[in-house]
Design a protein around this ligand. Sequence first.
Ligand code: AMP
Length: 250
Amino acid sequence: MKILVPVKRVVDANVKVRPKADESGVDLANLKMAMNPFDEIAVEEAVRLKENGAATEVVVVSCGSSASQETLRTALSVGADRAILVDCGETELQPLAVAKLLKAVCVEEAPKLVIAGKQAIDDDANQVGQMLAALQGWPQAAFASKVEIVGDGAKVTREVDGGLEILEVSLPAVVTADLRLNEPRYAKLPDVMKAKKKPLDTKTPADLGVDIAPRLKTLKVSEPPKRQGGGKVADVADLVNKLKNEAKVI
Ligand code: AMP
């Protein structure tokens, strides 16, 4: 069974981002970039499925500029077998375009399972996995906290409001990884070296026959309003007074 894992290069989760001065987007100049954290979890899950015999090959794919090769090499260093870069240059990529590119890759690669992250921490879209499943007409199980391959299908535990939901999906299917699915491993130095020799193919959107032109226009990106400082109340009566007369919420 082949597993395809889409991985996105995003700003490192520990970096504080700022809007550009003209509020046209986020200022990415000179920022540390990394693999989207949910995609690290997705890669780890695919590699574990291979290690326990449920899968035979793990292919990682990233859509973006040539800098995304670094993200793909990271995935190769923790156990993915081969990588595909869909080189889109500096064109802004929106979730629908990514889903269409991934669909085209799925048609070529015919994976039995796609494990994506539940969302990219830069745009927080939470759309690509769901759109890919819809475009392919495949079942989907989003926000997975456990994935088991059972016979011809997968049993997926999902984190939903107030509890867990267990779904059985037939394969091929799309699963998206939630935070508690696993704890990704760190790459060992020899594996980082070995990853440099693993195959990395490059394709373009034109090779895949996909139009990646943006469909949505970002009007403005700005900082959230500054939070007002807190204050101490003397007693319950003071609190009630403030809630009534200052905050006007009761
Ligand atoms: P999103 O819907 O943008 O929040 O992204 C959800 C998931 O789709 C991510 O965690 C990745 O697994 C995948 N994805 C999003 N953008 C890309 C991209 N440019 N290249 C590869 N995979 C992506």
